[in-house]
Design a binder for this molecule. Structure first.
Ligand SMILES: Cc1cc2nc3c(=O)[nH]c(=O)nc-3n(C[C@H](O)[C@H](O)[C@H](O)COP(=O)(O)OP(=O)(O)OC[C@H]3O[C@@H](n4cnc5c(N)ncnc54)[C@H](O)[C@@H]3O)c2cc1C
Length: 340
């Protein structure tokens, strides 16, 4: 286990905000996870599990506790017939996993290309994009149970996945440390029709390669055009969740002319559309730029503090609510500072 002291949270998160944390404990082997939580317990420190920090926001006050990060690397593959099980250690960078799978012609996660983050965080909010979610292919995860100091396997059914949710960020939030994840992938390719923006891209560019590598290339190109690279422009990706509607609510929305999408993940209105319609796309609020091409993404252009981000967020939420009556919900999690 590597023990680091007084590290700025801004250096550990892609939004680049947040004061110092007392400790950062980096674990490189499953047995060290228990040691890390034991260390925190010994010194009566609160803990927070962090990955790449692409969906996490720090406060200016920092964190007077121990941030624990999974640095375990490695992917092992076991093939039976046309199915391959990949066991991926949680410290692997997620996009390397997609590259590994698509190079083996395995389908199931190619549309999740270029999502920043570590594999251990992927099941937490059930990462999803372009019609795929990790819930579609995840078989089980290996965890350390912080409450009981034991190691366990949780199956997909145990995790109760739904849109951007699992037990890891709802009923059992902060209870488990993900050590590794196991995916079940098959050889082949995604079936048509693909997600709308993929179909549009294929048509515009006259493409015919829909193999996992082909779709990975397409998704990577669409994302590069639309989404800021967090290494160049600090952001936490989609800052707001989409608005999910019941059938009755959807009918009312359609009567008002709002674009309602019916998909396998439910009936939704894209929150980015709502933000565009209130005229905020491309605007700068308190040092936070609302991304021009994908208004769901907030970029930290010159915000000095968490308060700047909060002020921008609250203005966006209020404007959308006043015009449409929908209450936008923040997607990224925040490192608590009450314990500080
Ligand atoms: C430019 C950009 C684009 C993005 N696009 C998408 C997208 O298309 N789809 C999508 O779903 N998301 C997207 N995101 C959000 C983000 O990439 C995902 O949420 C990703 O899974 C975060 O991984 P991370 O390692 O950075 O997690 P972190 O931000 O470090 O952590 C996120 C949550 O997971 C918990 N966690 C992290 N590691 C572990 C672990 N080992 N065990 C237990 N809990 C853990 C943390 O406590 C926290 O609650 C985007 C973000 C950015 C910046």
């Amino acid at each position: 286990m590597r023990v680091n002291e007084n590290i700025l949270i801004s250096s550990l998160t892609t939004m680049r905000l947040g004061g110092p944390t007392r400790y950062v404990l980096e674990v490189e082997h499953p047995s060290e996870v228990s040691d890390a939580f034991g260390f925190a317990k010994q010194y009566h420190l609160p803990t927070f599990v962090l990955g790449y920090g692409a969906n996490t926001i720090g406060h200016d006050e920092g964190f007077k506790g121990a941030i624990i990060i999974n640095r375990m690397q490695g992917i092992t593959a076991e093939t039976i017939g046309s199915t391959t099980k990949l066991k991926i250690m949680g410290g692997e960078y997620w996009d390397n996993v997609v590259e590994y799978a698509t190079n083996k012609n395995l389908t199931g996660i190619e549309a999740l290309s270029k999502i920043p983050g570590l594999a251990g965080a992927a099941p937490v909010q059930n990462i999803g994009a372009y019609g795929q979610e990790i819930a579609d292919t995840l078989e089980s995860i290996e965890v350390y149970d912080i409450a009981t100091d034991t190691y366990k396997i949780l199956s997909k059914a145990d995790l109760s996945f739904s849109y951007r949710k699992s037990i890891l960020n709802t009923t059992h939030k902060n209870r488990f440390f993900v050590i590794s994840i196991t995916l079940s992938l098959t050889e082949g390719q995604m079936t048509r029709p693909f997600y709308n923006s993929i179909e549009r891209y294929i048509e515009a560019n006259n493409l015919t390669d829909f193999s996992p590598r082909g779709i990975r290339k397409i998704v990577s190109a669409i994302r590069a055009d639309k989404l800021p690279d967090p290494l160049e422009k600090p952001s936490a990706g989609s800052f707001f969740k989409n608005i999910y509607l019941t059938e009755a609510e959807a009918e009312i929305a359609e009567d008002k002319g709002y674009p309602v999408h019916r998909g396998k993940d439910g009936i939704k209105i894209n929150s980015g559309w709502l933000i565009e319609k209130v005229g905020l796309a491309g605007q700068l609020l308190h040092g936070i730029r609302i991304n021009e091409k994908s208004a769901l993404v907030l970029i930290n252009e010159s915000a000095k503090s968490y308060n700047d981000l909060a002020a921008a967020r609250n203005e966006i939420i209020a404007k959308v609510y006043d015009r449409f009556g929908y209450w936008l919900e923040q997607e990224p999690v925040e490192i608590p500072y009450e314990n500080s």
